[in-house]
Design a protein around this ligand. Structure first.
Ligand code: HEC
Length: 116
């Protein structure tokens, strides 16, 4: 029982790890940001397969011209087609998201590609 809980914890960690930016070293804050992006943003900002469409634009270090303060503003307050997250996430969490996106290379929006 203990062992299987351990294994599923490892599997779960593996799932989160397999998300974008495997080629970028992330600090603690950016790791938190990645987890939050996986949880809250993927539904609109990733495409499930290479050929499927995406509701929102790709997110990367080029988003909003690479300006973290604009990313934080958009995430907090939303846009006409995107909900704001200021009631769901606190400012530290939103800052962590911006810090993660600031190092995310473009081209990571496809979630189901096999690992390189
Ligand atoms: C319901 C779908 C949806 C969700 C969920 C969502 N977004 Fe968006 N987002 C959009 C759309 C659509 C746009 C494009 C702006 C517009 O059309 O209003 C956008 C735009 C953005 C932009 C501005 C991009 C640019 O180039 O100016 C950022 C930054 C962003 N989203 C970050 C996030 C983050 C981070 C999350 C998760 C915390 C998130 N979004 C969750 C739909 C979504």
């Amino acid at each position: 029982m203990k062992r299987s809980a351990m294994v599923s914890a490892l599997l779960l960690a593996g799932l989160v790890q397999s998300a974008p930016a495997a080629d970028v070293e992330l600090n603690q804050t950016q790791m938190l940001g990645r987890r939050l992006v996986d949880q809250h943003c993927g539904v609109c900002h990733t495409r499930p397969t290479l050929v499927s469409g995406m509701y929102g634009p790709e997110l990367s270090r080029e988003t909003a011209g690479g300006r973290e303060e604009i990313v934080r503003e958009v995430v907090a307050n939303g846009t006409p087609r995107m909900p704001g997250f200021k009631y769901m996430l606190n400012t530290d969490q939103i800052a962590a998201i911006a810090a993660y996106l600031a190092v995310l290379p473009p081209g990571h929006q496809v979630v189901n590609l096999p690992p390189k």
